[in-house]
Design a protein around this ligand. Sequence first.
Ligand code: PEP
Ligand code: MG
Length: 591
Amino acid sequence: MSRVHDGLPASEGITFGRVRILEWEAPDVPHLTLDQDQAEVEVERFHAARDWSRERLGELQEKVSQRLGSMEARIFDPQLLMLDDVEVVEGTVRYIRENRLSAARAFQWRMLELQTRWVRTANPMVLDRLNDLEDLQIRVLRRLMGLPDAGEVASDGEITIMVARNLTPTLVVQMDPDHVRGLATDQGTRTSHWAILARSLEIPAVVGLVDLYRSATEGEDAILDGRIGRIILDPTERDQDVYRRRQIRIQEWEGELVQLSQEDAVTLDGQPVSLRANLDLPGEAGRALEHGAEGVGLFRTEFLVVGRSGMPGEEEQYQAYKHVAETFPNRAVFIRTFDLGGDKFPMFLHMPAEENPFLGWRAIRVCLDRLELFRPQLRAILRATAHGDIRILLPLVNDVEEVVRVRELLGEEEAALKRDGIPFSSGYKLGALIETPAAALDAAELARHCDFFSIGTNDLVQYTLAVDRTNARLAHLYNPFHPSVVRQLHQVSRVSRAAGIEVSVCGEMAANPLGAFLLLGLDIDALSVAWPSLPEVKKVVRSFRIEDARTAARKALAAPTSRDVTACLAEGIGSAVDLYAFSGRWSLSLP
Ligand code: PEP
Ligand code: MG
C-alpha cells in the first residue's frame, strides 16, 4: 500500500525519485568554562567565525546572483544582517566575557534566547526568519567547532527527493538540481525563502507535510507532485501509471512550448480566452512570455518587502514594474499592491503579533494605514504606466471606501509627478481583488468604483469556508468547488457583465482543468495562472466547447454538494480532457 501525504504546493513539477532524509541540526556544543585569560581569544574566534560566515554567504549570494539574478540573491540579506546585529554580537561577546563561556556555547545561548523570544510571536513570517536564524546558527557553530560546512550534500547520481523537517536557502542553493529533483518538508510555507529559491531553480517542492519526516524511510521510492502538494511514498503500480502519464504529458508540452505559445487560447467552438501569468518575481516575466502568457494577471510585489530590513525605494520598484511592463508590450500587466500581513510580516513594519493574522491587519488595510510605504509604491506604479498597459490591483478589498481612498491618493501622486515633470500615462486602470464574501456579495457597489475585478479564489475559498489555506491538516476541507464558492463566482461574474467591466480569476483554481472549465462556463473573461501551468491550461481550453462549459456551470450552480459540483463538471468535460493525467487534488480524487 502506498502512503499518501498531502501538504501545500510550493514549487511546480512532478518527480519520481528515491527518498533521502536530510538531517541538519545544530551540533552538540560541549559546556566548557574558560580560564579568565582565554576570554579575549574566544571573542576573537567568534569574530573570525563571523567573518568567515559573511564570506561564505557572499559566495552563495554570488552563485545565486549569477544563476538567477540579483533580486533572488537578496534572499541572503537577512542572514547577513543578523551576523552584524547588535543583539546577536554584543549578547554573545557578553556571555563570553561575563559568563566565561566558549564562543560556541555563548553564541548558541544567545541564538536560543532570540529564538525563544521570536517563537512566542508565532506568526509565520517570524517563523521564516527563525529559519534564517537557524541556518546562520548552524554555519557559525560548525565553523567554531572545526566541522565542515553543513549542507554539502553529496550526490549519489540518483534522482533524489529530499525529505527534511525544514530547509534553508543556503541548503537549497548548494543542492545539485540535476539530481535533487524534489523537496518535501514538514514545516515551511510557500513564502519561505528556500521555497522561493526552489521555484526559481525549478525544483519541485511541497511544504507543510506535518509528519513526513518521521514516516519516510531513507532510500524508498516516492512520487512528488509540486502542483497539488502531494508526496506518495512507496507508490503502487497505478500511482506510477497516473503520474507517469501526467509527467509525460507535461514533458511533451514543454517540448511543444514554442509551437503552443503561438497557438491561440481558444475553445473548440471558437471562444477566445485571455490567459495571463501570475508572477512572484520580475525575473519570471521572460519565462512567462515563453510559456505563452498574454500578459500578467497578477504580479505579486511582496518580494520587494519580505526579508528586508527597510522599505523598498521608489526607484527599485519602478525598475521592477517597468521590466515586467516592457516584457509584455501592449498586454495588460496587473500589479498588485503590497499584500502584507497574513503570512508575510516584514520586520521594518513592526507589526504587532496578532491572534488571527489572516483576519487581521492585512493587505490594503496595512497600506492605507502606512502611507510612507504605500505612496512610493503608487508613485512607482504610476511611473511604470509610461511603459505599458498597467492595471493596479488592490488586495483584500472589503469596502467601497478603500477604493475611493486609493483613487484620491493616486490623484495626489499624479499631481506630484506632473509637478516634477515625470512622465506617466493616466490611461491606467484600478480594480479590486475579490477575496472575501463581503466583496463578492457587495460586488455591485464595488463595480461602480472599479475598472475591473480579479477574483482571488485562494483567499475567497479560505474566507468563505473558514478554512486556513496554510493549514495542511485542513487541506481536504479546502474545496474551491464548494457550492457557496461557485455561487459567489457566479454572482461576481454576473455583476461584472452588467457593469461592463472585465472579470478575471487569478487564484490557483484557474489552473485546475475542472476549475478552468467551470470559470469559463460562468463567463469569466480571463484566467491568470502560475506561469509553468500556462501550457497545460491552454491545452485544456483548446479541448472543450464553451457551450458545454456553460451547460455544466448551470448544472454546477444547482448542485447541492461539492462532490455534486465536481461530478457535473467531470461529466460536462467528458472525455475531452483526461482528468487523471491532469493536475489537481480535486480531479485526482474523482470517483
Ligand atoms: C488569491 O488569494 O487567490 C491570490 C491570487 O492571491 P494570493 O494567493 O497571493 O493571496
Ligand atoms: Mg490573496
